[in-house]
Write a protein that binds this ligand. Structure first.
Ligand code: ATP
Ligand code: MG
Ligand code: MG
Ligand code: MG
Length: 478
């Protein structure tokens, strides 16, 4: 029979009708009240069991974690905090759950570390239910935003021959029998015998392909999985993450920054509207966590305030050069200096510097522009000063870099010279250079790390907790 989702049922508040609900048992009190959850909300539906007229073996198999189907009448509930309950007429256990073996039987709230080890089951906790519903909303909001603006969702390839940044972080793709790799006479791996007749890898960014689309469709975006063999075991990096990469023709750097700011505010505000209950829950979770910390380490703003604050304020915009000046004159607090002193103009900022600017100095999101060309990619548009490029990074409180983007170099001669300087083979990117030969135009784009966005909106501390199946070094079991 059809089932009704618990969220819809609680919202409608209707009574007197017969319903069938299906879900998993969260608790069974006094052999009389089942708290049922089906993942549509963190709230549980109370099922009232007529225990005197119910088979004792059936009662025994209604344990925490068991999947059940219940048919019965909806009645107004006298219990606190719930509108309706179901007076069960039939209960069927669809899948039982051994209480002695079930890892989520624990009375105490299991730690996030422990839940990471049982990531296949953690979906069943309130915390992860809330996180993945918020993640879903954010992903929907991203498509909605771009669709309303007339962008084309362009699917860029997962398997590619270009490793965009050449940072050596790409995962190779091959169908060679690794025990018997073909080699040339000089002993090198013979990629011409590989599946694609060349060396290929998983995409580290869809940007270069995205630019090809923008040079005809004007405004495109990709939103797909991205792979980087990052060595770092940080709370901000995954080996597989999702990236949103819009690319716009006839855009300059300021248009690019405006679009990114508008997108971020749009999706955050959409989540606040659509996921009130889940965000309230995550807010409370964080407050409870903060209470465990000493007073001076507690964060100043609760999650919901932080999100509202982000919506209410213009992001601070300044150049890299201005940021370096600020950082040189700053120390994070009276006692502690930066762990990595600001070396001076020309070096990349460490995440502690980024977070200082956002969290201590400006106390709001920051858009940093015009970075030294030496620390940015070859395709970024060179500024007239000869030293900087039209790059932008957006920095968020608690996160650091959430967006990286730039105006692209549309002038063929400048682009080729820069590629030569950096030793990037022009013949391999002939197709990319063609866009600069045939109707080139100013254009710009950026990459928004989806998990970093989810991290910010949910207030979680570790990126591994905001993706259903985290991929990081030595971890790909399920
Ligand atoms: P970072 O400096 O944090 O390593 P990046 O500058 O290498 O990031 P970009 O190449 O600019 O990253 O990618 C665009 C965006 O993708 C970043 O701003 C970030 O939000 C996200 N991102 C990059 N690498 C990762 C990763 N390994 N895991 C999750 N998100 C990532
Ligand atoms: Mg990186
Ligand atoms: Mg970076
Ligand atoms: Mg970047």
């Amino acid at each position: 029979s059809q089932r009704i989702k618990i969220k819809a049922l609680l919202q409608s508040g209707e009574t007197g009708i017969d319903v069938t609900v299906k879900g998993w048992v969260r608790a069974f009190r006094q052999n009389r009240f089942i708290a049922l959850n089906d993942g549509s909300t963190n709230a549980t539906l109370q099922i009232v069991v007529d225990f005197e007229n119910t088979d004792p073996t059936l009662l025994k198999s209604i344990t925490v974690g068991a999947a059940i189907s219940v048919t019965g009448k909806l009645a107004a509930s006298l219990g606190q905090g719930q509108t309706v309950e179901v007076i069960a007429s039939t209960i069927e256990v669809l899948g039982d759950c051994d209480p002695d073996k079930y890892p989520l039987q624990l009375k105490n709230r299991p730690s996030l570390e422990y839940l990471r080890e049982i990531a296949h089951l953690r979906f069943r906790t309130n915390t992860f239910g809330a996180i993945f519903r918020v993640r879903n909303t954010l992903s929907f909001a991203i498509h909605k935003f771009f669709n309303e603006k007339g962008f084309v969702y362009l699917h860029t390839p997962v398997i590619t021959a270009s490793d965009a940044e050449g940072a050596g972080e790409a995962f190779h793709v091959t169908n060679f029998d690794l025990a018997n790799v073909p080699r040339t006479e000089s002993g090198e791996v013979d990629y011409s015998k590989d599946f694609f007749g060349r060396s290929t890898n998983l995409t580290v960014s869809g940007q270069l392909e995205g630019e090809l689309g923008a040079m005809a469709l004007s405004d495109i975006y990709t939103f797909g999985p991205t792979f980087r063999a990052e060595n770092s075991n940080t709370t901000r990096h995954l080996a597989e993450f999702w990236m949103i990469e819009p690319e716009m023709a006839f855009y300059e750097l300021k248009d690019n920054a405006d679009l990114a700011e508008e997108l971020l505010k749009y999706v955050i505000s959409y989540a606040l509207e659509q996921n009130q209950e889940d965000l309230q829950f995550l807010n409370q979770r964080l407050l409870d966590e903060e209470k465990q910390k000493p007073q001076n380490e507690r964060s100043e703003l609760a999650l919901l305030d932080k999100l509202q604050f982000c919506l209410a304020n213009d992001f601070e915009r300044l150049t890299y050069t201005e940021a370096i000046e600020i950082l040189r004159e700053s120390t994070p607090n009276k006692k502690k200096k930066f762990q990595f002193p600001v070396e001076g103009w020309g070096t990349d900022l460490q995440s502690e510097h980024e977070r200082y600017l956002v969290e201590k100095h400006f106390k709001k999101p920051v858009i940093l522009t015009d970075y030294p060309k030496e620390i940015k990619s070859f395709y970024m548009r060179q500024n007239d000063d000869g030293k900087t490029v039209a790059a932008m990074d957006i920095l968020f409180p608690g996160i650091g870099e959430i967006v990286g983007g730039s105006q692209r170099e549309e002038r063929l001669d400048k682009l080729e010279t820069r590629m030569d300087e950096l030793g990037i083979p022009k013949d391999e990117l002939w197709w990319y250079l063609d866009t600069r030969r045939f109707g080139s135009c100013p254009h710009a784009g950026f990459g928004l790390g989806f998990e970093r966005l989810v991290l910010f909106v949910t207030g979680m501390g570790n990126i591994r907790d905001v993706i259903p199946f985290p991929r990081f070094p030595k971890n790909a079991e399920f």
